[in-house]
Design a protein around this ligand. Sequence first.
Ligand code: PEP
Ligand code: MN
Length: 340
Amino acid sequence: MIIILRPHSTDADVRAVEQRVREAGYEPHTIRGEVRTVVACVGDESQHASLESLVSLPEVDNVLPVQRKYKLISRETHPDAAVVNAGGVAIGGPALQVIAGPCSVESREQILATAAAVRAAGATLLRGGAFKPRTSPYEFQGLGDEALALLAEARAAEGLPIVTEVLREGDVDKVAAAADLLQIGARNMMNYSLLERVAATGKPVLLKRGLAAKVDEWLLAAEYIVKRGNRQVILCERGIRTFETATRNTLDLGAVAVAKRECCLPVVVDPSHAAGRADLVLPLALAAIAAGADGLVVEVHPRPAAALSDAAQQLDFAAFERFMQAIRPFVAAAGRRLSS
Ligand code: PEP
Ligand code: MN
């Protein structure tokens, strides 16, 4: 931390601040200027209380952090990229992984057919919502426990690891038993008690960025999980809310580049929820690959027009097959490869 004193501080002011810094367990190094005095505080911020509260002292003008607040995932402490193992699939390594499947699990036939189709096209993980966070309470809320059983059946049939969302703390154990990768949805990114509860399962976590979350808030949400001893976190950019309504959300690829630079965790992109319409999923995915995404999350449904949630943005099987072919040269150009 760097403490900037008010202009023309006296020796007594400086001593008072240095005293408080020592009391907090840091070593003060004072630099006196003509007008301004600055106190650089040396010490491990993970071992001592933050000095930010010293901003309330009358002698202090500002307190500036030097280290990142997300200490456990920061590139400052972890310069190398982390690789997360989701049910045997490495996310964050040389291969770009594609997570595909319906928005919601709707029936046995639907999820089994989709699992077979996405696997054949080259997806390496199967997604499907069992518990759905719907904006309206009158909309389809998911098949719940029945969907978890169907996802387990689909995994057994096709061998793809399962990604599904956990909405409530009370559901964590049963969802963790069925899923290889636990999704925290955009609406729950700041539900810190849920994050801690999910971390405790030891299962990998797919942490979607909140609709109105800044990048540092997203990274600090990941830090909550890692602080609980679970380093298996994958960040997912899925678009944020802006003034623009031409797309469902605004895909923030700047945030992908920043997150990749700031922290060691893999970052995947969900172009489906960003676009909100099937015809934009491919171009957004191509841009995400160029921006350095470690994977993609794509919604796929046997008959999108009949889907019980997110009908407009889901690709049918033929479109997904074309999608997988179309991304191939872009994946190679980004220096990556597809797993299959
Ligand atoms: C989903 O993945 O179907 C979903 C609800 O995503 P998000 O939390 O990003 O809205
Ligand atoms: Mn959806």
